[in-house]
Design a protein around this ligand. Structure first.
Ligand code: KIV
Length: 304
């Protein structure tokens, strides 16, 4: 019903020969094939992106802004990320699924970070977790990875620090700030992170960090030198509401396609051209009184 199928669903195509993308396989991609990561928040989008060959599905705390309509990512809870991650993981047959640790789910202590990373993997069925921050989180990352949970780091613009940064602003513009980003990235790698997101930093700084690390960098607004790129799915699909970030390219214009489809639906319902005869079930037996109602036709009706 409702057009989309549930588990085992999606399309009827035979199983794709691609293998599951894992944290170790992503790590080995450094300097080889570029990594693609896109955010996803639900089963249907996850399945579509997975079947298109995207390597990593990130259940980002950006869901607070693009799914819930909040101004920042700060209000997002761990329960909410777990809920969306479970849905995405059901859609991901091959892609690696990263659950984003929301604000205040890991900052308090390494023990809190480990417990909540465990929840994201156990309840959310994430394959790894991502957390925002630098050297101050080295112990947290170390504890989580030692427990067998792969960790993706995230430096540069860290949106959970919105108030401390004074807004969503490009980071690493001064020599000192660029050096701190490099040190943070190195500390996360040393602590065991298998990949690091670089957000909103100058391309030369991203290049320097990428060269200095032995794990892959995945950039968003960080230029072309990174080992991979990540976009919020709605930006990639041309569904950004209002402002589209400077760094995001829309690879389709689905926002206007959605609106055009909805306008057409409204027009067709009002003009009576939808539903057409081909969208209707067979008339009921009571609509054709001349046909005697047999036991078989009653059974068919019950099956509708
Ligand atoms: O939450 C998110 O979507 C992210 C990406 C922008 C990297 O952290």
């Amino acid at each position: 019903m409702y057009g989309s199928s549930h588990e085992g669903g999606g399309t009827d195509r035979p199983a794709h020969p691609r293998k599951r993308v894992t944290a170790p396989s992503l790590r080995e991609r450094k300097g080889a094939e570029a990594i693609t990561m896109v955010t996803a928040y639900d089963f249907t989008m996850a399945r579509l992106l997975d079947e298109s060959g995207i390597d990593v599905l990130l259940v980002g705390d950006s869901l607070g802004m693009v799914v819930q309509g909040a101004e920042t990512t700060i209000p997002v809870t761990l329960d909410e990320v777990c809920y969306h991650t479970r849905a995405v993981a059901r859609g991901a047959r091959h892609a690696h699924v990263v659950g984003d640790m929301p604000f205040m789910s890991f900052q308090v202590s390494a023990t809190q970070a480990l417990e909540n990373a465990g929840r994201l993997v156990k309840e959310g069925t994430a394959h790894s977790v991502k957390l925002e921050g630098g050297a101050e989180l080295a112990e947290h990352v170390h504890r989580i990875t030692r427990a067998g949970i792969p960790v993706m780091g995230h430096v540069g613009l860290t949106p959970q620090s919105y108030h401390a940064l004074g807004g969503f602003k490009v980071q690493g513009k001064s020599e000192e700030a660029a050096r701190r980003i490099l040190e943070d990235a190195l500390a996360l790698e040393e602590a065991g992170a298998f990949a690091i997101v670089l957000e909103a930093i100058p391309p030369d700084v991203a290049q320097q960090v990428t060269r200095a690390l032995s794990v892959p960098t995945i950039g968003i607004g960080a230029g072309p030198a990174c080992d991979g790129q990540v976009l919020v799915c709605y930006d990639m699909l041309g569904m950004s509401l209002g402002h589209r970030p400077k760094f995001a390219r829309a690879f389709a214009e689905l926002g206007s396609a959605v609106q055009e489809a909805a306008r057409q639906f409204t027009a067709d319902v009002r003009s009576g051209t939808f539903p057409a005869p081909e969208h209707a079930y067979a008339p009921s037996a009571s609509a054709a009184p001349s046909a005697p109602r047999t036991r078989r036709s009653s059974a068919k009706l019950a099956a509708v």
